[in-house]
Design a protein around this ligand. Structure first.
Ligand code: H2U
Ligand code: ZN
Length: 349
């Protein structure tokens, strides 16, 4: 009998951030990638689209008009999922029928006035401005007394349900902690009280020694494919120091965040030579006025593509009913991303 190893044998991996498991089936991914890698026929987009609701000067779907903005532009989502003036209240007939009202604020942040300028193609100053807005919104929204959590996230690409190619992200800030955040909070708090260091600080230290799942780094951040990744090219961006939120980053670290966001998205675009779709978001300290030394700032990138610009991983059947599963191992994905050129493919030839 062979001795169990992660390269050849079906196994489960534990996600210490959520206390969940992923099923890995590396034997299914062993055959080399066959056939051609299809390239997506990338649509050529205009710099300005008169029909885009995010372009400067245009009318939005809700009837408001955008200003002639020149860098970033922030507005309250015209179709906000959460509202600030929802009356407080609970319905708790019994454990089978529970509901409670929720208060919050939803915003949209346009990254640039240019309809066709994605992050991997921006210049450094343009990305620094995005980081500045993230910090500002996290702080301003976080200070509101009915806001205990500020979720910054980006859907990119129509495959991810993004409604518009104009580069933008969203913020949903709310009173209660969302479910994914509750899981990570619990796990990080347990770890911190047991070890006196943050879970992700210790994890990243080990990953830097192993060098098996690292994608790229700079002075302040590490990008890696987590040991427990579910999506084929899932990554995490983790601060090297245990900072609990983006508000704690100094100027150098903010610039490094801008740099790493671009480094990673360039690699993603280069992987299948397409404008790479994903959902990404920050996980960081709640804004409930308490100290959260257990929270370690990080971003998750969840991209759906599997094998080419058009072949995506579906989370269906077994994944929906039983357990997330993947074939290609985290180590193989990290190696692919790591060995890609650092220059964007469009400017490369
Ligand atoms: P995506 O990031 O998934 O594309 O969503 C864009 C958001 O923009 C979406 O939440 C909002 C939608 O409600 N929106 C406006 O606020 N105004 C508009 O005119 C159209 C879209
Ligand atoms: Zn636009």
């Amino acid at each position: 009998m062979d001795v169990f190893n992660l390269k050849d044998h079906p196994h489960r991996r534990y996600n210490p951030l959520t206390a969940e498991w992923v099923l890995v089936s590396p034997h299914r991914a062993k055959r080399p990638w066959q056939g051609q890698v299809e390239k997506h026929d990338n649509n050529i987009l205009p710099e300005y689209d008169p029909d885009c609701y995010l372009c400067p000067g245009n009318l939005r779907a809700g009837g408001k008009q955008n200003p002639d903005y020149t860098d970033t532009f922030i507005f309250i989502n015209d179709f906000s999922s959460l509202l600030s003036d929802t009356p407080a209240g609970k319905i708790g007939e019994n454990e089978l029928f529970m509901a409670e009202s929720e208060q919050g604020v939803c915003k949209v942040i346009c990254f640039s006035p240019r309809h066709n300028l994605t992050v991997p193609e921006m210049n450094n100053d343009e990305i620094k401005r995005i980081v500045r807005v993230w910090v500002q919104e996290y702080e301003v929204l976080g200070k509101l007394d009915y806001i205990n959590h500020v979720q910054i996230f980006e859907n990119k690409g129509s495959i991810m349900g993004c409604s518009n190619p104009h580069p933008h992200c969203q913020i949903w800030a709310q009173k209660n902690l969302p479910v994914e955040v509750v899981k990570e909070q619990k796990q990080q708090a347990n770890y911190y009280s047991k070890h006196g260091s943050t879970l992700l600080f210790d994890y990243v230290e080990l990953e830097l020694t192993k060098q098996e799942r690292i994608v790229c780094t700079n002075d302040s951040f590490v990008v890696l494919v987590p040991f427990w990744a579910v999506w084929p090219f899932e990554t995490m961006v983790v601060s090297r120091k245990p900072k609990s939120s983006i508000a704690q980053l100094n100027e150098k670290e903010r610039n490094d965040l801008a740099d790493i966001y671009q480094q990673l998205t360039i690699r993603y675009d280069n992987l299948f030579e397409t404008s790479f779709p994903y959902s990404m978001g920050f996980h960081q300290s709640p804004t409930d006025g308490k100290n959260h030394p257990e929270w370690h700032l990080h971003m998750h990138f969840y991209p759906p593509l599997l094998r080419s610009a058009t072949i995506k991983k579906f989370m269906v059947g077994y994944e929906m009913l039983a357990n997330p599963q993947r074939d290609i191992t985290a180590e193989q994905s990290a190696e692919k991303l790591r060995t890609l050129t650092k220059k964007h493919y469009k400017t490369n030839h």
